[in-house]
Design a protein around this ligand. Structure first.
Ligand code: 6A9
Length: 793
């Protein structure tokens, strides 16, 4: 009973973040009209959170906890995805953004496995959806498991939402219904069903429950500030706490109700903008949440069952067509794995809306012209004049639901590689959404931290974005995919025309961003004594500190020491080469011939200068460059991903004299090769595995994807290194897939990076962003000869 005291000591408050200036996103109506994309689990930071792709509208979510122990209930409540909640794996096993899919949640801490089938059905005019929520006690459960679940819906902004039931009906009618209305959605209802008769409520054995609904369904309404709605768990606890206080006032410490009767929201239906439905079950359970237009018949439980089966079949058929793994990954275990990886990537797509913080002071310190510039820029950042930019929207996939549930620019180009094969129109929507964020100069912020919910996950010093900081332009890799589609003969004319129209719409933005990169990230080549400078193609990331170039994406990879304004970066010039090439191809496909020839000459000059400025003959590798104490230009060589960049961005031809050295470096076990993938830094580098060791040895799947893909390209055309490339390709492809698979099987998760000595997944858990590229790697051709190519290396 003393535990009752501890629970009374909840530290609960609902903080009210800054008022946001509501502006209307111009694309909201487009979004609403794109029916099959309207609804989804677009709050991927939650285990299950639904919203439409419309700003300031309905938000729904699910929370649950095991309720057998006073002291633990508060910590047991699940809502936002967290890495430290003892999950034994969770995620989408099948998911197609158009139809829905199935998520399972293995909640070891609460000894329950949840299965959530989410299905979308489009009626005549309205999009409907249903979620079937099922719980099954885990094998190791002790005694009678009592689980409480709270489904909530909140109305952000203008619109109404209220219970249709009278207080007394609950439990008698079985279904609890919310009625709502917004300008975009019209009149709608949400039914929370009672579920089948197999559901059992815990026995009622305390006088406090004499007047409560027998099936333990409680409905509770509250009014909370719109911009605090995302704090649903605190809101619920606030509500629960006053109930708990009431129980204690009435029954004292001597005879309190058991935990599962005490941890309840108030059974209190009234006007408000936040409504909860709480259900408590003994053992396994099932119920549905159904969204339909108000005058449409709600989907019956049988119809939902049919929709679930149909959704699964459609997914399986489509998956087999597009992503059936190729040899040697034909075992069904790889198919399940691949389906889960793709589904988590697509199921992780979110819709974000909110204001963001930008320093638009354009302070002179940010010019980075002087030696020691990083001290000036650090000072300037400390004194930053931060403006709160008006709300923007972003439709994007994310690196990781528990840890980075928001958009990252260069991650997104990688995410869209599998997505483009799966759903081209979806890809266009996402690319469009990102390009809509571009400012007048051509800048897109690297990290999209929109609104207070997103900011709550980011330490303050990382919240502000700077309009002179770049990030690799990986969305241009997707433009290449678009152009490939256009050029593919089998692409039908209607699709090709639509795609071309889209690209034409993007085109001015692409150019604007390209010239923003050239204007802001140019490299100073005055101190370099080289020939081929007519085109001055050289580049330097802005925003570096002695230890990091966060803007490059390879945060702590070793670079020139100390930083110097005359430094030149191999990865950035390579990205610029890739960008020039894609733009040239886009311009060609649109018939913009003059532009195409301009981009072609930039492309050529970049390729020439990569060789001229970045190839170190003495080290036989590509290197960064800088200016030393004697004002001489020198190379800064650290074998690793940076030295592979001209290759990884597809700028080395099959007959390039540099290729042999690259292939040797990749395949050398004492340098980059490991049994689990290519390491970020050579084992022989003095910085190998040191300090943060983020990009200083671990294996990253996005970079490995580029390596495999370019090996494949070299292996498929005749050339002096074709056979060597083929052999490395066969073995690397196998190592990568097998390792990510093994770790997924072992831990239940995909990981941010993999340990080069053991292959173990590490850093961020549930990293379902670019690690999902294994899906594409599995469908690449097996170039192994007689099935044992892997033994030839
Ligand atoms: C800091 C801490 C809860 C780092 O995947 C996103 C990025 C990549 O773009 C980048 O290349 N990740 C890579 O080096 C993760 C960045 C996370 C920054 C957030 C706040 C959160 O604390």
């Amino acid at each position: 009973v003393s535990a009752v005291m501890t629970l009374v000591a909840f530290s609960i408050f609902v903080s009210v973040p800054f008022l946001s200036l509501a502006t209307c996103a111009t694309t909201a109506n487009d979004a609403a009209s794109n029916g099959s994309l309207l609804w989804g689990p677009y709050r991927p930071n939650l285990y299950f959170g639904i919203r439409p792709r419309i700003p300031k509208n309905l938000l729904a979510g699910l929370m649950w906890a095991k309720v057998d122990d006073f002291a633990k209930v508060q910590n047991n409540f699940r809502h936002t995805c967290e890495q430290n909640e003892g999950m034994a794996g969770y995620g989408w096993e099948e998911y197609d953004i158009r139809n829905g899919g199935r998520q399972t949640i293995h909640d070891a801490g609460n000894t329950i496995d949840l299965t959530i089938d989410f299905v979308k059905t489009s009626g005549n005019s309205t999009e409907s959806w249903a979620a079937r929520i099922r719980g099954e006690p885990r094998a190791d459960v002790s005694g009678d498991l009592k689980t409480t679940l709270v489904f909530y819906a909140g109305m952000d902004g203008l619109g109404s939402l209220e219970f249709a039931n009278e207080h007394d009906d609950l439990g008698q009618e079985g279904t609890v219904t919310l009625h709502g209305k917004t300008a975009d959605l019209g009149d709608f209802k949400i039914d929370i069903t009672r579920g089948p008769d197999t559901n059992v409520a815990p026995k009622h054995h305390h006088p406090s429950w004499d007047s409560k609904p027998l099936d333990r369904t409680m409905a509770s309404s509250m009014r909370v500030p719109s911009n605090a709605l995302w704090q649903a768990k605190s809101i619920m606890f606030t509500n629960m706490k006053s109930e708990v206080d009431n129980y204690i006032a009435e029954y004292g410490q001597e005879n309190p109700p058991p935990a599962w009767q005490m941890f309840t929201v108030a059974n209190d239906i009234k006007e408000g903008n936040f409504h909860m439905v709480q259900k408590t079950f003994l053992g396994s359970f099932e119920f549905d949440v159904i969204f339909t237009a108000i005058d449409a018949p709600a989907l019956t439980s049988a119809e939902i069952s049919t929709a679930i089966v149909r959704t699964s079949k459609l997914f399986q058929t489509k998956f087999t067509e597009i992503f059936a793994p190729k040899s040697p990954f034909t075992d069904p275990k790889y198919t399940n794995f691949s389906q889960a990886m793709l589904s988590n990537l697509v199921g992780g797509i979110g819709y974000f809306y909110g204001d963001s913080l930008v320093d638009r002071s354009y302070a002179p310190e940010y010019e980075e012209e002087n030696e020691g510039f990083w001290e000036e820029t650090a000072d300037a950042r400390a004194r930053a004049q931060v403006t709160r930019e008006p709300p923007t929207e972003l439709f994007t996939s994310i690196p990781s639901r528990p840890f980075f549930p928001r958009g990252f620019l260069w991650d997104e180009g990688f995410h869209l590689i599998p997505i483009a094969d799966w759903d081209m129109d979806l890809t266009l929507e996402i690319v469009q959404s990102w390009f809509n964020l571009m400012d007048d100069d051509g800048w897109i912020a690297r990290e999209q931290i929109l609104g207070p919910e997103a900011r709550s996950k980011v330490p303050q010093e990382f919240q502000v974005q700077y309009p002179h900081y770049a990030n690799p332009p990986t969305l241009f890799m997707i433009l290449d995919v678009f152009v490939d589609k256009l050029n593919a003969e089998k692409y039908d004319t209607a699709h090709a025309t639509a795609l071309k129209d889209h690209i034409r719409k993007f085109y001015p933005l692409l150019k604007r961003q390209y010239f923003w990169f050239r204007k802001t990230q140019w490299g100073d080549i005055r101190s370099y004594d080289r020939e081929a400078f007519s085109m001055k193609e050289a580049y330097r990331w802005r925003g570096r500190t002695p230890r990091h170039i966060l803007t490059s994406g390879l945060d702590d990879y070793p670079r020139a020491q100390p930083p110097h304004p005359g430094e030149l970066h191999t990865d950035l010039i390579s990205w610029m080469g890739m960008m020039s090439r894609s733009l040239r191809r886009v311009a060609e496909s649109l018939g913009e011939t003059e532009d195409a020839s301009d981009f072609k000459s930039y492309e050529n000059a970049i390729v020439r200068n990569i060789d001229d400025l970045h190839w170190s003959a003495s080290s036989s590798m590509f290197c960064d460059a800088t200016i030393d104490d004697y004002e001489e230009s020198i190379h800064v060589c650290h074998k690793g991903y940076i030295s592979l960049f001209p290759f990884m961005t597809g700028l080395l031809r099959a007959d390039s004299p540099r290729l042999k050295a690259i292939l040797d470096l990749i395949s050398e076990p004492s340098e980059l090769w490991s049994e689990y993938g290519i390491r970020s830094l050579s084992k022989k580098d003095e910085h190998y595995g040191t300090d943060e060791n983020y990009w200083r040895s671990p294996i990253w799947v996005n970079m490995n994807y580029l390596i495999v893909k370019n090996l494949l390209d070299i292996a498929q055309v005749s050339g002096p290194h074709q056979e060597q490339a083929r052999q490395i390709y066969v073995k690397l492809r196998r190592n990568l897939v097998e390792n990510v698979y093994r770790e997924w099987e072992r831990t239940g998760f995909a990981w941010e990076q993999y340990n080069p000595e053991t292959g173990q997944g590490q850093r961020t858990q549930h990293f379902t962003g670019w690690t999902s590229l294994v899906v594409n790697i599995m469908v690449m051709p097996d170039l192994g000869k007689s099935g044992k190519g892997h033994d030839e290396l």
